[in-house]
Write a protein of this length. Structure first.
Length: 89
């Protein structure tokens, strides 16, 4: 990732960071693959066990962070019954 500097005196921002599609996102503290891994860890282990695994994987987060990530995930769509049922003899 590259950093760019603005030489204009009236520019409110002095540095700009390049965004790489699929890897980084604005104001993110972690990369996109790392966020995906933390979501999977949170979904499977949650809490303290997930935090211990994340620490082993060199991605230290607290148990509350993992729980917050799980709560932020979209809910599963409700199961719908089929409208048409075919029967074979």
């Amino acid at each position: 990732m590259r950093r760019f500097r603005c030489d204009a005196a009236d520019c409110p921002r002095r540095t700009f960071a390049e965004q790489i599609e699929g890897l980084t996102f604005r104001y993110g503290l972690r990369s996109q693959p790392q966020e995906t891994a933390l979501e999977a860890i949170g979904r499977l282990l949650a809490g303290r066990a997930g935090a211990r695994l994340a620490r082993v994987l060199h991605c230290p987060v607290g148990p509350n962070t993992l729980l917050r990530r799980v709560r932020a995930l979209p809910a599963d769509p409700p199961d719908r019954s089929p409208r048409v049922l075919g029967v074979n003899e």
